[in-house]
Design a protein around this ligand. Structure first.
Ligand code: AMP
Ligand code: GLY
Length: 430
């Protein structure tokens, strides 16, 4: 069986690893990295080059394609593959709007009574100013959240601490070039919520769904949630992230209305749905939807998958998910990201990585590559901001974290840094 995974990060390395765990496959990864090259053939086509990816899949007789990141989904890769009768596990472009347009996703939640922060949409700076001055989101000193409508690679959300900070953020998004022009045409202005964050991911075939273990990531670059936002410096899965009562509530109030709403509105959701939640004192609220695995959530989640991922993705693509086992090891897991000096603003690359082979020998530990390459002589070199994801499972979260940090001690390169507080609760907003 030939499988193509699209993307080049730690998430895609983890997907490939999990796919080949239970059977012999011929794996391809477009474009991949030096870690994925150890288990898959790297294909020199960019993840957003939908036409050439479809050509490749036809030529190589790919039986199933799995998409890691959001950009190809928003660009309509699933629509193009389906038009050519190529099997692909992911949402079509219309369903991908749950992530690719924050205005669309907020209106969708409002139509379907899904609990989320109060919001308004502004199509111009003038409009944003009027909304912010109206007092609807509090006075001069109130926190308010400004979000670019479109995809912005994590840069499109500003939690502003005052009205003037909010206006500056609106200005930077709409006119200052903070995000791409397409993403910046509209903004969402949103009530700031207080609480602990949690992520709940699920597989869906458009009809049935299967939940994954709940996860939490750590977005800020520095310990104690300081410094700029990143793609994610680490993630954990643990039963404590969502207790049983809260999980039941999220399923009833969010998961089912979301999937039913999507079906009723004519875009049944097929793929991976990632629900970002804030657990407020008034109950769980949706912060955002993503229409794909998170990175590094995927690494922490997939090491706990007991069932065959190929069967699951085939069911996502073709239907029949309710007949496929989706079982998870009864454990906890953690992923600690090792990053390059300068990440996220301006990461340095080209440093020699030492100790990889040694670190991989720790019990319960898997190392997924995000930004690596190899020199002519076979040395491992850094090639991006996030370089490696040290991932471990264990009976308790504490033990999983210890395993990650023990393995991290074996790895070294000039400028390497990582957070020592992954798995500790994030700062509460005040
Ligand atoms: P999003 O991409 O919408 O999830 O936003 C990215 C991050 O911004 C979230 O993970 C939260 O940490 C923060 N955030 C987003 N919306 C809100 C909100 N309404 N209140 C407080 N924090 C938020
Ligand atoms: N780690 C957050 C994301 O992948 O969106």
């Amino acid at each position: 069986m030939n499988i193509l995974v699209i993307g080049s990060g730690g998430r895609e390395h983890a997907l490939l690893w999990a796919l080949q765990k239970s059977r012999q496959l011929k794996l391809f990864c477009a474009p991949g990295n030096a870690g994925t090259a150890q288990i898959a053939e790297c294909v020199r086509v960019s993840a957003t080059d939908v036409y050439n990816l479809a050509q490749f899949a036809e030529e190589k007789r790919i039986d199933l394609t799995v998409v890691g990141s959001e950009a190809p989904l928003a660009a309509g890769i699933v629509d193009e593959f389906e038009r050519r009768n190529l099997a692909i596990a992911g949402p079509r472009r219309d369903a991908a709007r749950l992530e690719s347009s924050k205005a669309f996703s907020k209106d969708f939640m409002a139509r379907n009574n899904i609990p989320t922060a109060r919001y308004r949409i502004a199509d111009s700076l003038d409009e944003a100013q009027t909304i912010l001055s109206s007092g609807e989101f509090g006075g001069f000193d109130s926190s308010v959240v400004i979000k670019a409508d479109g995809l912005a690679a994590g840069k499109g959300v500003v939690v502003a601490r005052s009205r003037s900070e909010a206006l500056t953020a609106a200005n930077e998004i709409m006119e200052g070039g903070l995000v791409g022009a397409d993403a910046a045409r509209r903004i969402v202005i949103e009530e700031a919520l207080d609480g602990r964050e949690a992520s709940l991911l699920l597989f869906s075939d458009g009809k049935d769904y299967a939940l994954m273990p709940s996860a939490r990531d750590h977005k800020r670059v520095g310990e104690n949630d300081t410094g700029p936002n990143t793609g994610g410096m680490g993630a954990i899965t643990d039963a404590s992230v969502l207790d049983e009562e809260t999980l039941r509530r999220v399923v009833r109030d969010v998961v089912e209305p979301t999937l039913e709403g999507a079906r009723a509105e004519g875009f049944p959701f097929r793929g991976i749905l990632f629900i970002g939640l804030m657990l407020t004192s008034d109950g769980p609220r949706v912060l955002e939807y993503n229409v794909r695995f998170g990175d590094p959530e995927a690494q922490a989640i997939l090491v706990r998958l007991e069932s065959d991922l190929v069967n699951i993705f085939e069911a996502v693509a073709h239907g029949g998910l309710s007949r496929v086992p989706v079982r998870w090891f009864d454990s906890s897991s953690a992923c600690v990201v090792l990053a390059s000096r300068g990440y996220p603003a301006k990461p340095e690359t080209g440093a020699t990585i030492e100790g990889l082979e040694h670190a991989a020998q720790h019990e319960g530990v898997r190392i997924f590559h995000a930004g690596t390459t190899r020199s002519q002589s076979g040395e491992w070199l850094t090639a991006g901001g996030r370089v490696l994801g040290i991932t471990a499972t264990a009976q308790t979260l504490e033990l999983a974290l210890n395993r990650c940090y023990e393995a991290a001690k074996d790895i070294h390169w000039d400028g390497m840094h990582y957070r020592r507080d992954i798995g500790k609760f994030g700062r509460q907003m005040s």
